[in-house]
Design a protein around this ligand. Structure first.
Ligand code: MCA
Ligand code: AMP
Length: 492
């Protein structure tokens, strides 16, 4: 028997596929005592994960869709597995969401309930399903869901307006994780370590569902710490997934720690994504650890599109070729397809494949003949490698791998009684890649810290401005549009 990418499947996989053909996680059905999840507070074997998820899945019976408070805890992984096995679409929520964000998502998605770990609660009036890992185990129900059924609804920031819920079908998750397995020779022998938040695709789908689909395990550090990542890689972990800010912090720490440098060297694969890893950081890691980092490129709406393969030379500055079942094309500003592969001609990257979402919840925006316009500008090499050169919309700020819409922060600032007018830009930041900067016209007294705390209270704290600059007026053009270029950063 061969899998979707033509590789022979191991005997274990064959057995698992025959036992539970429609589960996204074949190893759950084996009752194995092998580890599935390790968080600082708890380790769960596949048998324990199946038992805990079975209990939650039973509680979800008959529900249309549910939300999950996605803390970096084992209960979040259990809740995600339970919902996927039960065939109930799941909306992961940032546990630090501000009131405005939470209200928007709850109103837009109208979940029947929210899944929470004991001792946590959501500031919204919804029935709660408590994930109690100590409650008696229950068998998982047979999966009753089709490939095209919605599995996850992940909210993503746009440049204007509130976040939109990208509806990802089971087919996208399965095919994308299998395409990544092909690119990275990722098997059940791999142990992935990371400390990514579990309310985005990177940490939840690639970093948690990925290892579980392979039948290996995931070690989640709870919060990012270079020394803890190093210890994991010196021990059982074989792959590290992180955003560039984490690799930058790892390189900083490795400058003074030969142990950490050695641990990075012995990893089977170091993977960076969610933002560009600068060539200088690639070189620093190469110098310190004597090995490269591979980049992959994805979006909430598309999951992963491209990846440097594990068996290829490191390729700093590129995000690799398209995954095995993903098509890409570049379009010029008139919408014409650019038939070039010269690593120079820039176009907007469009993607098509089984990795794509179904659409946005409650928003009828159709794909164009199956193609999705990413908004990312790119070039293509003759060997198919893609180089990202920026985004079309510079009002989307990429800070630490989090995408933050300027409009959302401007709206929150304007709600402060002392703020007369506000504009938000991104500025280069050594640690975060980009930093949120607010430009504010005051009507009455307010301090920088007060405004930062105000935004951190309205929205998730990672969206707070890191700097506030006070002005007498915002520069505007004759149509009244703020000229952000004149504030120190170009914008369209
Ligand atoms: C600070 N904090 C505050 C305030 N100031 N809380 C309330 N009010 C304030 N005024 C708190 C924060 O909540 C947090 O608490 C702590 O201070 C530090 O926050 P922050 O400064 O934001 O953290 P950081 O150190 O700057 O974080 C760096 C990071 C983070 C760890 C690299 O940016 C990160 O996790 N990035 C990953 C993003 C990601 O996964 N992106 C994937 C999405 P506490 O310390 O208690 O937490 S993109 C995606 O999925 C696509 C598909 C893709 O391609 O991957
Ligand atoms: P999100 O909107 O959170 O799904 O983030 C998707 C965006 O992250 C993409 O459109 C890219 O702009 C950016 N991104 C993801 N991976 C990379 C990468 N390896 N290099 C540069 N940008 C990336």
């Amino acid at each position: 028997m061969r899998d979707a990418v033509g590789e022979p499947l191991s005997d274990l996989c064959v057995r698992m596929q025959l036992m539970a053909a429609t589960s996204l996680f074949p190893r759950l059905a084996t009752g194995s005592d092998a580890p599935a999840l390790r968080f600082p507070e708890r380790t769960l074997s596949y048998a324990q994960l199946a038992g805990a998820a079975g209990r939650v899945a039973a509680a979800l019976s008959g529900m249309r869709r549910v939300a999950m408070l996605a803390e970096s805890r084992p209960e979040t992984a259990v809740a995600a597995v339970a919902a996927l096995e039960a065939g109930v679409p799941l909306i992961p929520l940032n546990p630090r969401s501000g009131e405005a964000e939470l209200t928007h998502i709850v109103d837009d998605a109208a979940p029947d309930a929210v899944l929470v770990a004991p001792g946590t609660e959501l500031g919204a009036d919804l029935p709660q399903v408590i994930i109690d890992l100590d409650a008696p185990a229950q068998s998982l129900p047979a999966v009753d869901a089709e490939d095209e059924d919605p599995a996850l609804i992940v909210y993503t920031s746009g440049t204007t307006g509130p976040p939109k819920g990208a509806v990802l079908p089971r087919r996208a998750i399965a095919s994308n994780l299998d395409a990544l397995a092909d690119a990275w020779a990722w098997t059940e022998t791999d142990v992935v370590v990371h400390a990514l938040p579990l309310f985005h695709v990177h940490g939840l789908v690639v970093g948690t569902l990925g290892p579980l689909r392979r039948g290996g395990w995931v070690m989640h550090l709870g919060r990012f710490d270079p020394a803890a990542a190093g210890e994991a890689l010196a021990g059982e972990a074989t792959m590290l997934f992180g955003v560039p800010t984490m690799y930058r912090r790892l390189a900083d720490a490795a400058e003074d720690s030969p142990e950490l440098a050695a641990a990075l060297r012995q990893a089977r694969l170091l993977v960076s994504g969610s933002a560009a890893l600068p060539a200088a950081e690639h070189e620093r890691l190469q110098r310190l650890a004597g090995r490269g980092v591979v980049e992959r490129y994805g979006m909430t709406e598309t999951l992963m599109n491209t990846a440097v393969r594990a068996d290829a030379e490191p390729a700093p500055g590129t995000v690799g070729p398209p995954l095995s079942d993903v098509e890409v094309r570049l379009l010029d500003e008139d919408g014409a397809v650019l038939d070039v592969a010269d690593d120079e001609t820039m176009g907007e990257l469009h993607v098509r494949g089984p990795n794509l979402f179904l659409g946005y919840l409650n928003r009828p925006e159709a794909l164009n003949d199956g193609w999705f316009a990413t908004g990312d500008m790119a070039t293509r090499r003759s060997d198919g490698y893609i180089r990202l050169v920026g985004r079309q919309a510079t009002d989307l700020i990429n800070s630490g791998g989090f995408k933050i819409g300027a409009g959302e922060i401007e709206g929150a600032l304007r709600e402060h009684p002392a703020v007369g007018d506000a504009a938000v830009t991104g500025e280069p930041d050594d640690d975060l890649g980009e930093r949120v900067v607010a430009w504010v016209v005051l009507e009455s007294d307010a301090t920088e810290d007060e405004l930062i705390d105000h935004v951190a209270g309205q929205l998730a704290p990672h969206k707070r401005p890191r700097t506030v600059r006070f002005l007498d007026d915002l520069p505007r053009n004759e149509l009244g549009k703020v000229q952000k270029k004149r504030l120190g950063k170009s914008s369209d």
